[in-house]
Design a protein around this ligand. Structure first.
Ligand code: GLU
Length: 284
């Protein structure tokens, strides 16, 4: 009897707590709910990657990921004026989501097994491939194998350097390279030009943007060795929003927007653009 009463009391307390999180202080429980109620979203994007997410001197941000963010937000009922962009660097994407500093991350964010326990991913909305950017006069880097012994730029929080040294590439090849730490890809490009690194190896999308900006001083090796499934990062467990964003990504490809945005940001960069939606993954 005693135990049963305690059980009933606990259940009642649990229901109260659930009720509070659902309605307390008008706080939304999911990002989708917040978008609908407040018509506002905070979205983490890159600030230093031309073509994807780049902050301009006037304070605005532009790029493929930024436009994808605007499209998704729009379909969730949030106008452009309701979006607050925040700089997501490779290293703070998970913590931004966990701590609720952003509602979603759209920042060249690969869906990986290592990240899945920490993040709920919608998507993929694009399939990139890892390649290498080198100085124009370098003929020694032509494939994954030839990165052996080279000074490779290592962006903190990125998956790209792990794909080389830990063997998460199509050849399952662990390459012994010397890793040179950097905070972001813009810093890597400066290091490449100064000779502090021999190669910047990451997604072909990122490299294409920099290759266009840097002109004839650098070149892409054009020897891709991974598939990078770009996902929309959400707080772990927000499945309602995840499913809605997946629907919106499907529309973005079927109504021609994805192709248009790729063309807008990557025409003339040398990027071999994907022309079809990547196979959808479920929300978890
Ligand atoms: N897409 C890769 C990743 O998520 C590399 C680019 C980046 O660090 O943003 O790790």
């Amino acid at each position: 009897m005693q135990i049963r009463r305690v059980g009933v009391a606990l259940a009642a307390a649990g229901a109260m707590i659930a009720g509070l999180t659902a309605c307390g202080g008008g706080e939304a429980t999911t990002v989708l709910q917040k978008a609908k109620d407040e018509k506002k979203l905070v979205i983490g994007v890159k600030y230093d990657q031309p073509g994807l997410g780049l902050k301009k001197p006037d304070g605005t941000v532009e790029g493929f990921d930024v436009d994808v963010a605007k499209y998704i937000a729009g379909k969730m009922g949030v106008p452009e004026s309701g979006i607050e962009f925040k700089e997501a660097r490779s290293a703070n994407r998970e913590s931004f989501l966990k701590q609720g500093q952003v509602d979603m991350v759209i920042a060249t964010y690969s869906i990986t097994e290592a990240r899945k326990p920490q993040v709920t991913f919608s998507g993929p909305y694009y399939l990139a491939h890892q390649d290498s950017l080198i100085r124009a006069d370098d003929s020694s880097i032509t494939s994954l194998e030839t990165l052996k012994g080279k000074k490779v730029c290592q962006v903190s929080g990125s998956n790209s350097w792990k794909n080389i040294t830990e063997g998460t590439n199509k050849q399952n090849l662990k390459v012994e390279a010397t890793l040179v730490p950097a905070g972001g890809y813009d810093e890597c490009i400066a290091k490449l030009k100064s000779g502090a690194v021999d190669v910047v190896t990451t997604d072909d999308t990122i490299l294409a943007g920099f290759a266009k900006r840097e002109g004839s001083s650098v070149k892409v090796a054009a020897a891709p060795f991974t598939d990078e499934k770009y996902g929309v990062g959400l707080k772990k467990g927000d499945l309602e929003t995840c499913n809605e964003v997946n629907k919106i990504i499907g529309e973005m490809w079927s109504d021609g927007t994805a192709a248009k945005l790729l063309e807008k940001h990557f025409a003339g960069t040398g990027l071999k653009m994907e022309t079809a939606a990547p196979p959808a993954e479920g929300c978890a």
